[in-house]
Ligand binder design. Structure first.
Ligand code: GLV
Length: 327
């Protein structure tokens, strides 16, 4: 008998077909967001689950899923999975790195440019019928070319963002848990490693691309926002929770920084309503990796991990090797 797997969210139909060749598949094409109790019910009898960040796999959920052997996350981030709890129960976990680097970097640039040059704010104004004449100071923004770009979290996506800055003749500074090798810094537009404080106080544009963990909770709060230039923009592509959204809203209201471009929020999709009252923000619904090709590549990669793991092979993107049955 084929093992059973749960698709915790709706997916491309081709993924259901692919997984059905190996497993009994319970799909969720109505895209219901399961409560923890519903998820626990659905996981009963399932050997694997293809999940996204909207489902939490904490010690309690894992404890209520005695048949579970693998969680394949369709995301590079995996802060929704308690790896220690998975490992303790021998449950493998995987993510989908690399396939989204370039698409996510493209979107970082889209947000940066829209924020610095006030693209959505001016479009809303135009759509509201307020444009009656050209004027010299209509929606003055900040230049992107020739400016200093600060990248906080210089992993593969951060490096892809840095490479794109060459065409804009920018200086790149970065901060990361560890410094890149000299060759990687060269390829990342000769990026210079600086302290977090120096990055915040020097950069004209700050992009956040670091992973979320309890240690990175509120990496950007009131004190950090106070270090930034009043003309600076902040772009968050990483995860809600890395920025203290209440502190950011206050800084934006008081124009202590110029503007922010946000693809992720604390408590998303129920983000802080005050963001909607601000003009100096560009708000997008967690779509940085959402090109059709990349979302398909992520879904296939998650499916391939699940197929490998439940067929006795090592999943290519295994996050917790200690959970391997042979370990
Ligand atoms: C998206 O947020 C991801 O982690 O892939």
């Amino acid at each position: 008998m084929k093992p059973s797997v749960l698709l915790a969210r709706a997916v491309f139909p081709e993924i259901i077909e692919k997984l059905s060749q190996h497993f009994e598949v319970e799909a969720n094409q109505d895209d219901i967001i399961y409560t923890p109790d519903e998820l626990a019910d659905k996981l009963r009898g399932k050997a694997g689950v293809l999940a996204t960040a909207s489902a939490r796999f904490d010690a309690q959920t894992i404890g209520r899923a005695p048949d579970l052997k693998m969680v394949a996350n369709m995301a590079v981030g995996y802060d929704n999975i308690d790896l220690a709890a998975c490992t303790a129960r021998g449950v493998m976990a995987s993510n989908t790195p690399d396939v989204l680097n370039e698409t996510t970097a493209d979107f970082g640039w889209a947000l940066l440019m829209a924020t610095a040059r006030r693209v959505t704010e001016s479009e809303h104004w135009l759509r509201a019928g307020k444009w009656s004449k050209w004027s010299y100071d209509c929606f003055l923004g900040a230049d992107v070319h020739g400016s200093t770009l600060g990248i906080l979290g210089m992993g593969r996506i951060g490096q892809a963002i840095a490479r794109r800055s060459m065409g804009f003749n920018m200086r790149v500074i970065y901060h990361n848990r560890s410094r890149l090798a000299a060759e990687q810094e060269r390829e990342a537009n000769n990026a210079s490693y600086v302290s977090k404080d120096e990055l915040l106080s020097t950069a004209d544009h700050v992009i956040l691309v670091l992973p979320y963990s309890p240690a990175s909770h509120h990496t950007i709060g009131q004190a950090e926002l106070a270090m930034m230039k009043p003309s600076a923009t902040l772009v968050n592509l990483a995860r809600g929770g890395i920025v203290d959204d209440v502190a950011l809203i206050a800084a934006l209201k008081e124009k202590r920084i110029a503007a922010a471009g946000l693809d992720v929020f604390e408590n998303e999709p129920k983000f802080h309503p005050d963001f909607l009252t601000l003009e100096n923000v560009v708000l997008t619904p967690h779509i940085a990796s959402a090109s059709e090709a990349t979302r398909k590549a992520m879904a296939h990669r998650a499916a391939d991990n699940l197929i490998a793991g439940l067929n006795g092979q090592r999943p290519p993107d295994l996050l917790n090797p200690a959970a391997l049955p042979t370990a």
